[in-house]
Design a protein around this ligand. Structure first.
Ligand code: 6GU
Length: 227
């Protein structure tokens, strides 16, 4: 059983994403628990303050040490975290390899930043990994955290079945996935490739592999070490 705790000022943003389809099933099967914690529960005053102006001046607030440290330390009393991840656009870019590695952990804490981010001292003291989901800026770490939790959650052994198997995903073998088709065999004159209709599993497998390579060459030559 894997537990992912998420510390955020906007837990509402994360309520829906984990209540659907595969993430929902992972939790119902008892393979994954996602718990949301509102950082404002550790606010420094009755106004719910968790951020303040930055030293040295400049626009944008910074999330304060005290609420974060108190929240993290309280959560650490209940669990020993294998990783404490801070979601930030200046983190290491997330990919399938990182998802695979994280799917083998027991307990993960994810901290979502807002505004200008969190005080550097929290990063220095508690954070073990800093993750970005790509080179663009989101208004907070929550949507990025949802992406990371989804990517990890579906890889936990037992979460996927044959219908949803991760083995044939794009990136699982450093290739993009081949094209797929379902009924009808002829849609407005556009035909499904014959090989898929003939029912020779070996030929189908070869065709899919060839298509995966073609697609990867055309769209992501960098994955093949070409440019
Ligand atoms: Cl993790 N956070 C924010 N705020 N923006 C991002 C991101 C994370 N990853 C890409 N852009």
């Amino acid at each position: 059983m894997m537990t992912i705790d998420i510390l955020t000022v906007a837990p509402e943003l994360l309520e829906s994403p984990f209540q659907h389809s595969i993430m929902k099933r992972a939790q119902q099967k008892g393979l994954l628990t996602v718990r949301l914690f509102n950082l404002r529960d550790w606010a420094i005053n009755k106004h719910g303050q968790v951020d303040d102006y930055q030293y040295g001046g400049g626009a944008g607030m910074v999330m304060m040490c005290e609420p974060l440290a108190n929240a993290i330390e309280q959560l650490q009393k209940e669990r020993k975290y294998d990783e404490i991840i801070y979601m930030t656009p200046d983190g290491t870019t997330f990919n399938q390899r990182t998802a695979n590695r994280l799917s083998l952990k027991e307990n993960i804490l994810i901290i979502c930043g807002h505004y200008k981010g969190i005080d550097q001292r929290i990063r220095d003291t508690y954070v073990t990994m800093e993750i970005s989901i790509g080179d663009y800026v989101l208004s907070g770490g929550e949507l990025a955290a949802a992406v990371v939790v989804d990517a990890i959650g579906r890889l936990i052994p037992g979460v996927l079945n044959d219908e949803t198997s991760a083995l044939t995903d794009s990136f699982q073998d450093d290739l993009l996935a081949p094209p797929v088709y379902t009924r009808p065999a002829d849609f407005r004159g556009m035909k499904v490739p014959d090989i898929l209709l003939q029912g020779d599993p070996k030929k189908v497998e070869d065709w899919r592999h060839e298509q995966a390579i073609l697609r990867t060459q055309q769209r992501r030559p960098d994955l093949l070490g070409e440019e």
